[in-house]
Structure formats: C-alpha cells, structure tokens
Design a protein around this ligand. Sequence first.
Ligand code: ME8
Length: 511
Amino acid sequence: MTQSFYITTPIYYVNGAPHIGHAYTSIAADVMARFKRLDGYDVFFLTGTDEHGQKVEKAARDAGLDTQAFTDRISADFKAMADAMGVSYDDFIRTTEDRHKASCAELWRRIERNGDIYLGHYEGWYAVRDEAFYDESELTTRPDGTRVAPSGAPVEWVREPSYFFRLSAFQDRLLTLYEENPEFVAPSSRRNEVTSFVKGGLLDLSISRTTFNWGIPVPDAPGHVMYVWLDALTNYITACGFPDENAPRWHYWPADVHFVGKDIIRFHAVYWPAFLMAAGLPLPKRVSSHGWWVVEGEKMSKSLGNVIEPRKLAETYGLDQIRYFLLREKPFGTDGSMSHPAIVSRINVELANDLGNLAQRSLSLIARNCGGILPARGPATEDDTALLTAAGALLDLVRVNIDRQTFHEGLEEIWKVIRAANGYIDRQAPWALNKTDKTRMGEVLRVLVDTIRVVATLLQPVMPSSMARMLDQLGVSADARTFAALETPLTDGQTLPPPQGVFPRYVEPVA
Ligand code: ME8
C-alpha cells in the first residue's frame, strides 16, 4: 500500500491581506508536498484560514463590515494567493465551516470527559495581536508606559469567567515526548527553547472567553466561546474527518509535519500535543519552524509601508524564481533578509547562468549538430563517470535535506552537480568535437542531457512550471517525471523539441 504523508501549513488569520511571510510558509510546505508526491507517497497537504477570535473581529469592525462577510472576503484572498503562488494544497479549511465547529465541540467534550477541563476565573494579561495569554514575568514596559509581550504586542488586563485546560498536568508527558522524539521540534535550537519553557513549569491554560462572541460556542456553556488557539489547532484533525474515524481521510492522521513560523512554535509544540494527549488522540510527528524574513534589513510592518505582497513579487521576478529564492537564500530555521539585489543575483547567476545556460548550450548543440535527435551514450570516460555518479547520488542527498527541511542545503547539493556539469561541458568542449569526433560529441551531449534530466526532475517541487518546460525539451514524457522514473533511461534517437531558454536574465526596467 502507498505510504501516506500529511503536511500542513498554519491557517492564516484573516485580519489583513496575505504577505510574503504567509507565502513563505506555504511555499516551503508545498515544496515538501510536491517532493513527497514525486517520491511515491500518498500526500495530503492542508492549508486554510483561521477566522475566529478578537483580532479578526476587531479587523472586521475597523473595516466596517459584518464579521462573516469580512472573513469570506479575506479568506478568498488567501486562497487566491495560494493558487497564484503554485501551492498545491489538497484541501483549504476555514474555521467558520460547520465541519470544523463539530470537530472542535467533540474535541472539547473528549478533553472534558477525561477530567482536564474545569471552570474558573481568568485574571491576567492578554495580547489580542498574538491571541495569547502572558504571565506578568514575560512583560516589559515601553517608555510611554505600555506593557508589551515579548513579541512587542501590547497586552491588556482581562478578567472573566473561563474554562481552563489542565496544562500543568502534562509537563512530564511533554518532556518525555521531546526526549523520546528528538525530531518532534525542529530545528534543534527551537527544541531547546520549547524544552526549557516546559521545564520552567506550565500554568493551566484559559481556553474559553466570555467578553466577545466571535468564536465556536463551548458545548453546554452559554456565553463561552472557545479560545481561538484551541479552535485553530483543531483544524488539523477536522480536515481528516474528525471525529469520524471511518472518514476517508482519517488514515492521514497523525500529521507527518506541521510547518510553522518561529512565533507560533509554543502553540504547536506544547499546547497542541497536550490537547491531543488529553483527548487520547495520536500526536503529530514533527513541528518544523522557520525564521522570519525582513525586507531590505527592516522588519515588515504596515506602518513602515514595506509589507511585501507575494503576488507582486512573482509578477516582477517570476513565480518560480521567487520560490527558488525563498528556499535558497536563507536556512529554513533562521531569519533572513530579502532585497532586490539578492533576488536579482540568484536569478542571474544561479538560474540564468548556471542552470539555464547549461541546458540551453547542451540542447542547442543537439538541435544544431545532431539534427535534434537524442544521441546515445557511448563507453564512459572517467570524466563521464564522475558526473553521472554525482547525478545518480543526488536523489538520496536531496531527500535527506527535504526530510530535515534544510531546503537550502538540498539546493546546494543540486547546484554542486550543475556546477560540475558546467565544468564538464567546458572541458569536453562538444562544440569543438563537432569537427573532430562527432560520435564522441553525441556521447558528451547525452551525458549532459542525462545529468540535466536528474537536476530538472529533482527541482520540480521548487520550480514546477520552469522544470516542466525543461523536461519537455529534454524529451521526458509527462508520465516519466517521478523519482522512480529516473531509473528508466530516455529513448535514444527520439526527436527533441526545439530548445527555448527557460530562465531569462533579470534586466532592470528602464526608468
Ligand atoms: O499565527 N517572515 O497566523 P498568522 C516569515 N492563525 N514568516 C512570517 C512573517 C515574516 N515576516 N510574518 C508572519 C497565525 N509569518 C495563526 C496560526 S495555526 C493553527 C494558527 C508567518 O496569519 C508566521 O511565522 O499570524 C506564521 O507561521 C504564519 O505567517 C501565520 O501567521
């Protein structure tokens, strides 16, 4: 039976337009989803929108719109953004859907039945921007006297009746989870952060609110709506059909990897497994967190006016170019800066020169000197073998990096082979062989085609449409683009379509 693989993105708050941070998480998850599909897995890839809570309610009020109408509009925009960025999700969940309300109500009941929910009174700090409760000890005071959370979000004092989740009872079980599953939180620096947070002691968590009503009602508790993070995290099981364990998608649970930003790791690596333990449900296998993008050295913010709209970026530079940049420019787990010169350099050096020219040079020699017919391999020279061996080893190397979410290292492995192929073409000089040894020229070009084929096949998850075009030109039929298909050689003597450049250089527009 095909092995299943379940990947999620966070569900995004519908309080404003999507920006590049959202696109980044989704594209990284998309690359893994596409990679796993090509590697033979039965993938379920989920994204969607987080629509309840005070923050969204306030944004709707500020926009002068009915809350549901407002969330409908922004959620549709997030979906359009995912489509425009090539995010190949299998389901797009919205937390205002009935299936999700039913799922949350059932999860609540199960936790309650196990004795881990009790009614109390919450009095303390809350940051609407983070939708998070903070302890006094975590706060700092700004010069103007405002109290702020570590994220910089202002906090307000909240006092209301509330249901609590007995989070304090899960400390040991969580620590055992991290210890027995070192892969549960990634990267390891975040794992240490989470472990020390839990070791520091856990307070019970307020999981219902009574001072507003834009949320999922707590079962049999009029006036209480669920804390938005309990509601939001539950989306990952709702989409698998929870609570119906006979649902067609239930077998995908538990998730293989939740992709998250570093700001929301605590919710995913502490609260979420604790909720699931309390409900007696299996735990996700991994929470992989990424760092933040800053723009030209500055934090993105509405007030600085430097918020980057992902679709605009794709329009300016090309979608595949941007997907490549996002994964190549910085390690997944750390922060990184996005700037025009950095994007242009990746496009012109790595895509246009290293890869684009390599393919174009090899294929135009076949078009010109071999009548567009794919030549056969000959007896391998040492130089041929070195390149073909490096290309043959690539799938395993890239797979390891995808599984660890070290995307930039996976791309570097691919680029090592591209650079080796460029060295090879320069040394072998097939254009010169055209006059002296036509057979050997064909053999050299075939080694290059076979190498570029591996590279293009492995790059499909990152740059789907450009690599589809490159594989067309290499004569790889649409049904032979999986990783398993790399085992089957291309048919000698087939006619290749006329080569066309895949990666144009970025040229500054004339002002
Ligand atoms: O947190 N760089 O939603 P959200 C990189 N609804 N990533 C960034 C970023 C930046 N500058 N800014 C934001 C939520 N992000 C919750 C999730 S899941 C059950 C609920 C990333 O719309 C951020 O790190 O605030 C996070 O992973 C994602 O955008 C969601 O942001």
